[in-house]
Design a protein around this ligand. Structure first.
Ligand SMILES: Cc1cc2nc3c(=O)[nH]c(=O)nc-3n(C[C@H](O)[C@H](O)[C@H](O)COP(=O)(O)OP(=O)(O)OC[C@H]3O[C@@H](n4cnc5c(N)ncnc54)[C@H](O)[C@@H]3O)c2cc1C
Length: 336
């Protein structure tokens, strides 16, 4: 493999039902930054059916070029069809770096594609940098989050990585940006496509995506009980926030797993993050330390969460939360 034949950064622009997923835009932002260091272009790969119009959005978020595979076989996510299309594009374009969002789709697709193009993949990265030797330094938590491992892929190309949603930042949108759109034809090997999608049944409950929230009210074991935990909804309602939790709460079954913040949950970056009765274990902090403003309430003044909080309140969360909620209600009623 002649490594010098491989150029440019390819970003998987995941779309679902014709909507580009945020993580793809976040990765375009990061790719732009990396590309400027190695003087290369950023290409987005868009797979789907009747999705070509989404290219404009990808260009406005920083893609210099969009490669579109627009085929009926890609109407719904199907591992084999998507893997065939994705690996065909990589083989043709000979990309130096390939970035994929660590969503359920990305986690299924990324490793499969990396095997097909005979390279390695570092999963769940939280940091990406370029070394002086022009290698991609892919950093991810290892050993239960107790240390950060930086991994390189020195002998193969592309250098592939999946990155958790919410970790990287989008490039600011500029609708005046221009870029090239290339339609790419793939010859699917249908004999390998064993899955036929007959029907799609959507979950009835409303899906809350905590990575999209501007204000998160996160509760931990210190909240005390399921009843107390429900009271966090009252505060969330008053300030237009969303309730999330530490793993201790998820394990207790007080709220759904998709609200978990942290290494094995989601990475969030809200404007305000309330850490209520949360100790600040490294696995939790890994998922929220990039929040703009962190407010922690904990009865133990030595709790590690105070090391990363902007405002720390030492006290009993079950007393302080109702007080804050009432105060906000009062201020709102005085204003109206
Ligand atoms: C591989 C691995 C992955 C993990 N992934 C995650 C993850 O994704 N997310 C995650 O959150 N955890 C994760 N964990 C678990 C993590 O290590 C901690 O156990 C967990 O975050 C602790 O949750 P907590 O802070 O709610 O509870 P605790 O650590 O028990 O802390 C409770 C805090 O509440 C305070 N408190 C108690 N009573 C009150 C009160 N009345 N008022 C105010 N404060 C009070 C206490 O002082 C304490 O600081 C993971 C662990 C491992 C090994």
């Amino acid at each position: 493999m002649n490594l010098d034949d491989y150029r440019g950064i390819l970003v998987f622009a995941e779309q679902r039902e014709g909507e580009i997923q945020n993580v793809g835009l976040e990765l375009l932002g990061k790719a732009k930054e990396l590309a400027s260091e190695i003087n290369e272009e950023v290409t987005a790969i868009l797979l789907g059916y009747q999705v070509e119009h989404l290219s404009k959005e990808l260009i406005s978020y920083g893609a210099d070029k969009v490669v579109v595979v627009d085929e009926e076989e890609l109407k719904f996510y199907d591992t084999e069809a998507y893997a065939q299309a994705f690996s065909s594009v990589i083989k043709d374009k000979k990309s130096e770096i390939v970035l994929v969002g660590a969503t359920t789709i990305g986690r299924d697709l990324g490793p499969r594609v990396s095997a097909r193009v005979v390279t390695g993949l570092t999963a769940d990265c939280t940091k990406l940098e370029i070394s002086e030797e022009r290698e991609l330094l892919m950093t991810r938590p290892a050993f239960g989050g107790n240390l950060m491992a930086t991994i390189i892929c020195p002998d193969h190309r592309p250098q592939m990585s999946t990155v958790r949603p919410g970790v990287m930042q989008k490039f600011s949108k500029d609708e005046a940006r221009t870029g090239e759109v290339e339609k790419f034809d793939v010859e699917f090997d249908k004999s390998k496509m064993k899955v036929k999608i007959i029907e799609i049944i959507k979950e009835e409950k409303e899906k809350i995506d905590i990575t999209e929230a501007n204000v998160l009210i996160s509760g931990g074991r210190g909240v005390g009980s399921a009843d107390n935990f429900k009271k966090l909804e009252g505060l969330a309602e008053e300030i237009g926030g969303t309730v999330s939790a530490s793993r201790a709460i998820i394990d207790s079954g007080w709220i759904d797993h998709d609200r978990q913040v942290g290494q094995t949950g989601k990475t969030v970056r809200p404007d305000i993050y309330f850490a209520l009765g949360i100790s600040g274990a490294i696995q939790h902090v890994a998922g929220m330390e990039e929040s703009e403003y962190i407010i922690a309430i904990n009865k133990d003044k030595g709790a590690p969460i105070f090391n990363i909080s902007d405002l720390g309140i030492v006290g009993d969360v079950s007393k302080i939360v109702p007080m804050i909620t009432e105060e906000i209600k009062l201020l709102k009623s005085q204003k109206s």
